[in-house]
Ligand binder design. Structure first.
Ligand SMILES: [Zn+2]
Ligand SMILES: [Zn+2]
Length: 75
């Protein structure tokens, strides 16, 4: 069996994966239904709101921009 590659949302500014965003959550079981990808996200690493975030696989590939995350990573 092969699991699909796990991807996490990361900040291209500092690389943090602890970005917070506005999401719709089903109260019954507290699962995230959808969120507004175009709204600003809060990055606790940069301590500012970031507009652009990257969905990065465990291999370090950004699915959002279809390139290695190190290229997205402005630093
Ligand atoms: Zn950041
Ligand atoms: Zn990216």
């Amino acid at each position: 069996m092969s699991d699909p590659p796990k991807a996490v949302w990361r900040c291209p500014g500092c690389g943090s994966d602890e970005i917070e965003g506005l999401a719709w959550v089903r109260l019954k079981d507290e699962t995230v239904q959808t969120w507004d990808e175009n709204s600003a996200h809060w990055c606790p690493g940069c301590e500012e709101h970031v507009k652009r975030i990257c969905e990065v696989t465990s291999e370090g590939r950004c699915l959002t921009h279809d390139q290695p995350f190190r290229i997205c990573w402005i630093g």
